[in-house]
Every structure is written in C-alpha cells, then in structure tokens.
Design a protein around this ligand. Structure first.
Ligand code: C2O
Length: 560
C-alpha cells in the first residue's frame, strides 16, 4: 500500500546511469485479474469470499496518464462477473466501462475478457470494482494514475504515498444476505464491520492482528489516496492529532484546504496531504458512518494506526475526534469548501449555457409482494421510474440497433410536481418499472438537478455518472427553486467529480458537456438503493465528426 516517490531528478539521474528505462509516451500496462474464491479470516472466523488474485482488497492498478491498459479478467468463481473502472472516462469506449447489462454482458464462469482502455486527460486516484450483484463487497481495488513524467503535482511533493480503502465486512456470504432481504422485501442485514484496507482494526472482536498500520517518519509529508469502497455508508475519517490538507477529489485537483476530518461517500475518492509533525507515537485513524436520518443506526468504527518509526507496538494509540454521526452542518460546510483548483494548467471548463435541462426526483416506494414479509417490497425511483435491468447490454442494443431492449422515453421532469420535501408522503405516485433511458445529443450541454423527496423518507444519495466528470454548480436544502437558485450557482470554480452527494431532503445541480458518445449508467452508489432501482442511463448519440462515434466492440466482448 505504500510507495516511495522518486523525485524527477533522481529519476533522471538513474535514467542517465541506464538503471531505469524511460517509458515511451504511451506505455502499455498489462494486468491479469483471476476472479477466484478464497478463504479470508476476519472477526474471529474465516469465510470464502470472491477476490481478484486471492487478494483482499484487490491489486492496485498503477498507471501513468497517457498509458494504454489491458486487464485480462478470467472468471473462476461461481458468479458471473464484470469490472468497472470507476471514474475513468472511457472516451468512445464504453465496451471497457463494465456495468453488467449496461455496457456488456457479464463474464460467465470459466470465461474471460480483456478490458482495453486508454487513460487520457486524467490523473489522480480512482478505483475499480465488480459491477454486478453485491460482489463489489470484496472485489475492489485502487486505480492510481500518475501525472505524465516530468509533470509535478500542483501541491508540495510528498515523500511517500499510501492508498487507504474503506470497506464493509459481513460475517455471512453477502450474496446470501442480499437474497434473503430481497425474498422478504426488506433491506438486507447491515454489514458486521467496517474496514480500512480490508482490516477492521482493534475495536472489533478478534481483530488486533487485522489492523492496518502506516509507518511515518517525523518531518515527512505523506499523500493519502482515500477511497470509499463501502457499499452503503457515507463516512467520516480523521487522524488523531493530525490535520489533513485536501488536494484532490475523484481525480481532479481542488483548491487545497485544511481540515480535521473529511466526509466521503461511496464511490468517491479524496487525496489528502498529511504532515508527520507531531510527537512521535502511535495515533489512530478512524472512520465511521455519517447518517442524518433516523433510519438504521450504524455507528461501527473502523480504525487503523499511524505509527511513527521506532515507536513500539505496546504504546496505546489515542482516538481522533470524528464529527457526530448526524452532523449535517459539518457535511454542508465540508462540501462548500470543495472547489476546483481552476488554474491555468487545470482550468474548470464549466458549461455556461445549457442546451438540455433535466430535473430528476429521487423517491422510495413500496410495491405489493404477496410472498414478502409485510406483503410489500421496497423500490426506489427517479421521476417515478424504477429501473429494470435488461437481459442484453444496452450499449450493444444501441450500437447494433437491436430493438426492444430499452426505451428512450425517460422523462426530463417528474410527471406531476409536488412539494418534494414537505411532510412525509406515502402516496402512490404510480411508480412504474421499466428499462427507460434518456437520449442526449452529442456535445450538448446538460444540467441535471437531482431532487431528494420525502416519499417514505428523505435520505442522502451519492449519485455517480459513468463516462464523465461533471461540475457541481449548486446544492441546497428543501425544494429546488428554478426561479431563484440558478442565480446562486458557482460557475467559476465548482468542484468537478464523478460522484456527488445529494443532501438529505435537498437538491444538487450538476452540469456536463455530453462529448463522450455511448451508453452511460447513472445511479445511486448505495448498493441498497441501486438494487431497488435508483438508476438510469444516458444514451449519448454519436457526433458527425471522424472521432465522435462509439468505437467498434472488441472481439472478446462476452456474449449474453
Ligand atoms: Cu462505482 Cu456504476 O459504479
């Protein structure tokens, strides 16, 4: 997980000595991912989990901006598999994006597929994960893109870097837990532990030996690449005695700011600089969910240890102060501090004029289910449509013009406006199930307002768009006001990212230019909500130019 960073000068020096060869402009990086079941022991007992190469978390993909990456995935597990490279734009190349039944059919047991993609115009921390069922519970890892050789970070060069991945751990087989929930029409059981780099830390039973430790040296600066791979929890994170300087989110540089704690939603990444400038000792790093609705109380804290070199393991670490579990104010203030760096080298090209205005409401509902415990099952919807997964991948249907797989009549606004965030509503808004998506003209500019509602309950939702970064131009609590709120937008240096939290009982406005043709999934990154149908896709049409259409599919694309 740790990496010593060689300064450009050392690099040059070693290069002159002929000790390392300079990579050509576009190097090809090859990885082999064997999907295999392995017994892994955590929290007092071992259980078989689905892994990549037997590792948990999986291996880091480490590339340089401009590289071509080939990842051969061979599936030896009993489940069908697909892997998503979360946050990579995959220009014209949705075939390598990974969401099952959206851009590809899954890799069947015994099958294999090579994800072949270029890493262009992006650098920073992203990650990869399984994109089928709930398999990403154990199938995930970091994807680190270094800037092109000779291009420094726009912040002080750290001495060393670490990847820090948050996750969740279930005692039981996660797929069984989900199946049981679905059959009963209830949310599946919550995870039994949270983890940092796959390890819960000593505050859980039997887990002293399952503790991640990060060794630091007094006076040095460390870059932490933090990734929230948890399935259902927005998380706070803090380090006892040490502040953090946020320099990047979702592989986009930000205006640096210093904070005692960060907030990170599932799917998001955050790079922070940490200075080892305290009394050499052992300090806890800790993460715990942020939940500002009285739904399920999950206050489990995962810990890891920041340890100064030479300090014995017998020294008891102190815990950091995390914001209270329901600290909405911290969350709102924190998201306000996130701004694009917007420098000459890294400008924020915010679309100023909007071609297409979209307004999507997020709602929960219950459908009748005679076999379920309460006679009902939960479902979630956007504009009253709960998305049904098709049997053929939508990208294939789009590219080969196969009819009957999906419909393109997803509404631009909810069928009937109502007081979205007023008193709790249980009204049946005639939520329909369907595979319905929106067609978007090539290169048009899109504004999408995501509005939370009080249908059954308000809740916060981290929305992720595949194939794009977007600018978060505005956010607020209550109902979005199209007459007043746009005047308050930040169109200068809004944060640019691929996953954004829609606040509990509030709204978030994003903008992007639809310059990447293909089929791009958009969904809540809480696996629970995705599973209930809180998802849709954009079909971005081809442009007329020579390099503006979807590339032909690779020969080994898995069949349906
Ligand atoms: Cu990280 Cu569609 O997901």
């Amino acid at each position: 997980m740790a990496r010593i960073l060689i300064s450009p000068f050392t690099f040059l020096f070693l290069g002159i000595l002929g000790l390392i060869s300079f990579p050509a402009e576009a190097a090809i990086k090859k990885y082999q991912f064997d999907i295999q079941v392995k017994n892994v022991s955590r929290l007092c007992h071992a259980k078989p989990i689905v892994t990549v190469n037997g590792r948990f978390p999986g291996p880091t993909i480490y590339v340089t901006e401009g590289d071509r990456v080939l990842v051969n995935v061979t599936n030896h597990a009993q489940y069908n598999m697909s892997i998503h490279w979360h946050g990579l734009k995959q220009y014209r190349n949705g075939w390598a994006d990974g969401p099952a039944y959206i851009t590809q059919c899954p890799i069947q047991t015994g099958g294999s597929y090579t994800y072949d993609f270029n890493v262009t115009g992006q650098r920073g921390t992203l990650w990869w994960h399984a994109h089928i069922l709930w398999l990403r519970a154990t199938v995930y890892g970091a994807l680190v893109i270094m800037p092109k050789q000779g291009t420094p970070f726009p912040f002080p060069q750290p001495n060393e870097e670490f990847e820090i991945l948050f996750g969740e751990w279930w005692h039981a087989d996660v797929e069984e837990v989900v199946k049981r929930g679905t059959n009963m029409g209830l949310p599946p059981n919550m995870s039994d532990a949270h983890t940092i780099n796959g390890k819960p830390g000593p505050l859980f039973p039997c887990s002293e030996k399952h503790t991640f430790a990060m060794e630091v040296e007094l006076g040095k600066t460390y870059l932490l690449r933090i990734i929230n791979s948890a399935l259902n929890d927005e998380l706070f994170f803090a380090i006892a005695g040490h502040s953090m300087t946020v320099v990047e989110v979702d592989a986009v540089y930000t205006k640096p700011f210093t904070t005692q704690a960060i907030l990170i939603a599932p799917g998001q990444t955050t790079n922070v600089l940490v200075q080892a400038n305290q009394i050499p000792s052992r300090y806890f790093m800790a993460t715990r969910p942020f939940i500002d609705v009285p739904l399920a109380i999950d206050s489990k804290m995962a810990t890891a240890i920041l340890q100064y070199k030479g300090i014995p393991n017998t020294v008891l670490p102190t815990l950091p102060q995390l914001p209270a579990s329901n600290d909405t104010q911290f969350a709102l203030n924190y998201s306000k501090k996130l701004k694009s760096l917007n420098s000459q080298k890294h400008p924020a090209n915010v679309p100023l004029k909007v071609d297409r205005n979209l307004f999507y409401t997020i709602g929960f509902g219950k459908n009748s289910c005679p076999t379920c415990v309460n006679g009902t099952k939960f479902l979630a919807s956007l504009n009253n449509i709960s998305f049904a997964m098709p049997q053929t991948a939508i990208l294939q249907a789009h590219y080969f013009n196969i009819k009957g797989v999906y419909r393109t009549d997803f509404p631009d606004k909810p069928p009937t406006p109502f007081n979205y965030t007023g008193a709790p509503l249980t009204a049946n808004l005639r939520t329909a199930t369907g595979t319905r998506v929106s067609n978007i003209a090539f290169n048009s500019t899109v504004e999408l307002v995501l509005q939370d509602t009080n249908l059954l309950t308000v809740e916060s939702h981290p929305f992720h768009l595949h194939g794009y970064n977007f600018f978060v131009v505005g956010t607020g609590i209550g109902n979005f006001d199209p007459a007043k709120d746009p005047a308050k937008y930040n169109l200068v240096d809004p944060v640019e990212r691929n996953t954004v939290g829609v606040p509990t009982g509030g709204w978030t406005a994003i903008r992007f230019r639809a310059d990447n043709p293909g089929v791009w999934f958009m969904h809540c990154h809480l696996e629970l909500h995705t599973g209930w149908g809180l998802k849709t896709a954009f079909v971005v049409e081809d442009g007329t130019g020579p390099n503006q259409s979807v590339l032909p599919p690779p020969k080994d694309l898995p069949p349906c």
